[in-house]
Design a binder for this molecule. Structure first.
Ligand code: NAP
Ligand code: ZN
Ligand code: ZN
Length: 349
């Protein structure tokens, strides 16, 4: 076991504070790496503030992790010391169920994926995430970060990037597909960039026009304020696919009406409370309401390679760990442009 400096939430209401945690010995199939950067995802905030009701304190959040390998176990074949690597939202799964065998470990039905933090690993230990100096992960759950991607900007791809890439691929978004992204935050801005790189016609639906210039620069073709009720009249029946990245409850009926006949609204945001869905806009257009959660290991690697090839990188604000609590408040206030990434240099031993 080794001791590592980390930032942990001691309870739902207390600020995150500096602490120490332990990491397991490097097993035969494990990769140990120094964490260089860790993104702040809104899911970190939902978890530590116990909005999902499953928090195990203390929680060290962080599932957008990028760093450099320091040691590998005797039987590791995929990675070597010095490699640039990443870890996303999960660090293990059953490896045997239909989903695991199909490379969709995020939907593991053999006990569920093991979250990078706030879960219990096979060793019976609580997992602790990326707001820390180092981590030990089985090689099958580690990603390779391509040469063209800087480590700081690569970090948010491990959750925000794959969470948008996977549904865009699943719903066959390509040349000319009319896609709308609701919410221009960490997930949303990656949706704009990725959908644009795939050739789609991209529309942002944001609460206001405050970030319109950014949205158009990031690759959107159109940008509308949802606070303006005319938006819903004007865009009625416009989209093949709508990706909802909002962290709060929305009036789903209004958004479903923006889909074409047979269009799909994919729920990506995970607000604290259930949302109500009216039947009329669904039935009266044979529309679908679906959801999607991150992506499997193979698809995450494919996404990283795609981002390197197409120069798709998140827009980040790099912070030091002592700014985490302020960054949380800014994310909740939709004041993030567009992902906070923690430089973990001061946490490394
Ligand atoms: P974020 O950076 O805070 O972005 C969320 C955006 O939603 C905000 O920037 C804002 O965009 C909009 N928004 C916030 N509050 C709103 C409100 N009351 N009404 C309307 N719009 C509002 O968060 P994120 O990290 O992108 O995560 C977004 C959600 O996705 C979270 O619930 C998170 O837990 C979830 N998530 C899901 C997955 C998955 O696999 N499905 C993966 C990661 C995260 P505008 O300012 O443009 O309106
Ligand atoms: Zn996340
Ligand atoms: Zn499984």
């Amino acid at each position: 076991m080794s001791t590592v400096t980390a930032y942990a939430a001691p309870s739902a209401s207390a600020p995150l504070e500096k602490t120490t945690i332990t990491r397991r010995e490097v097993g035969p199939h494990d990769v140990a790496f120094d964490i260089h950067f860790s993104g702040i995802c809104h899911s970190d905030i939902h978890t530590v503030r116990d909005e999902w009701g499953r928090a195990r304190y203390p929680v060290v959040p962080g599932h957008e992790i990028a760093g450099v390998v320091t040691a590998v176990g005797a039987e590791v074949t995929k990675f070597a010391v010095g490699d640039r690597v990443g870890v996303g939202c999960f660090v293990d799964s059953c490896r045997e169920c239909e989903q695991c065998r199909a490379g969709e470990e995020q939907y593991c039905t053999g006990g569920g994926m093991v979250g990078t933090y706030n879960a219990v690993g096979r060793d019976g230990q609580q997992t602790q995430g990326g707001y820390s100096g180092a981590i030990v992960v089985d090689e099958n759950y580690v990603l390779r970060i391509p040469e063209g991607l800087p480590l700081d900007a690569a970090a948010p791809l491990l959750c925000a990037g794959i969470t948008l890439y996977s549904p865009l691929r699943h719903w066959n978004v390509g040349d000319g597909t009319r896609v709308a992204i609701i919410g221009l935050g960490g997930l949303g801005h990656m949706g704009v960039k990725l959908a644009d790189a795939m050739g789609a016609h991209v529309t942002v639906l944001s609460q206001s026009l405050k970030k319109m210039e950014d949205g158009l620069r990031l690759g959107a073709d159109e940008y509308y304020a949802t606070a303006d009720r005319d938006t819903f009249k004007k865009l009625r029946g416009s989209f093949d696919v709508i990706l909802n990245t909002v962290s709060a409850n929305l009036d789903m009926g209004g958004y479903l009406g923006l889909l074409k006949v047979d269009g799909t609204l994919v729920e990506l945001g995970m607000p604290e409370k259930p949302m109500s869905v009216p039947a009329h806009p669904l039935a009266g257009g044979r529309r679908s309401l679906s959801g999607s959660m991150i992506g499997g290991i193979a698809e995450t690697q494919e996404m990283l390679d795609f981002c390197a090839e197409h120069g798709v990188l998140p827009e980040i604000e790099v912070i030091t760990p002592d700014y985490i609590n302020e960054a949380y408040d800014r994310v909740v206030a939709s004041d993030v442009r567009y992902r906070f990434v923690i430089d973990t240099a001061t946490l490394r031993g």
